[in-house]
Design a protein around this ligand. Structure first.
Ligand SMILES: CC(C)(COP(=O)(O)OP(=O)(O)OC[C@H]1O[C@@H](n2cnc3c(N)ncnc32)[C@H](O)[C@@H]1OP(=O)(O)O)[C@@H](O)C(=O)NCCC(=O)NCCS
Length: 212
């Protein structure tokens, strides 16, 4: 398949930070990700890669070289290949990231973000599905998260995966004092949840396979 999930590594952090800036109104400093990856043994972070972008990114230097010869003005004025252009093909292929912390038997989703150019293709769902998959692997029983009350897109995604509202944290977000909804899944090992998860997973993987 065109899309792959990898564990986030230190070298992915610059690209993660780029995407985070596009996705969120306020951001973590890069050092926070490095600390998470280095020091937090309960943290699990992933990146989503688009393998097609590796091919495109490796082709870009040649295009750029051609343009440099034909057009005698600064490279910075060349048509912007968008923010997908990062310093190495490997980094440029990252189009989303997500993470969670395991706290005893609860998986707390800390972040999930897609590059805006890739919204609406089932890829945010692919990352959430992968986080739930990791939650199974690390022995979590529930998955929980906070989401802005205004973030209907994310709430819809979470509801699709069985998250339900369990309360509100008032003025949780410091940038605009917005409330957060607290959402929880049912016990992920319950036969009902597992069946629902596996059905959604099968359907999503079929979709991604056909649309790739
Ligand atoms: C939230 C986010 C990760 C969703 O990723 P995405 O790739 O755009 O979403 P998907 O295409 O995978 O859609 C999955 C589900 O989300 C919901 N959804 C997606 N786009 C939607 C839209 N425009 N309107 C309403 N619901 C939407 C739907 O339930 C959809 O399921 P469906 O395809 O069966 O309808 C993405 O919008 C994002 O990065 N947002 C900015 C960061 C953020 O807000 N993160 C969440 C913090 S709690």
């Amino acid at each position: 398949m065109r899309y792959v999930i990898d564990r986030m590594t230190m070298s992915d952090v610059p690209r993660v930070v780029e995407i985070e800036r596009l996705a969120y109104p306020s951001t973590w400093p890069p050092s926070a990700y490095r600390k998470e990856l280095q020091d937090n043994r309960w943290a699990h972070y992933i990146v989503l890669r688009d393998k097609q972008l590796v091919e495109q990114a490796t082709a870009i230097p040649q295009d750029t070289e051609k343009m440099r010869k034909n057009r005698p003005f600064p490279l910075s004025l060349l048509p912007n290949k968008s923010t997908l252009l990062s310093s190495s093909p490997d980094l440029a292929s990252i189009i989303g990231f997500a993470g969670l912390w395991l706290m005893v038997d609860e998986a707390h989703v800390t972040t999930i973000a897609m590059h805006p150019e890739f919204h609406g293709r089932g890829l945010g769902e692919f990352m959430l599905m992968s986080l739930i998959g990791i939650s199974y692997d690390i022995g979590a029983k529930w998955v929980t998260l906070e989401v802005r009350v205004s973030n209907i897109v994310a709430q819809n995604l979470y509801r699709k995966y069985g998250f339900r509202e369990a309360g509100v944290r008032h003025r949780y977000y410091s940038d605009n004092q917005e409330d957060a909804l607290i959402m929880w899944t049912d016990e992920i090992n319950s036969p009902e949840y597992k069946q629902k998860y596996l059905e959604l997973k099968t359907k999503l993987l079929q979709r991604l396979e056909t649309e790739s």
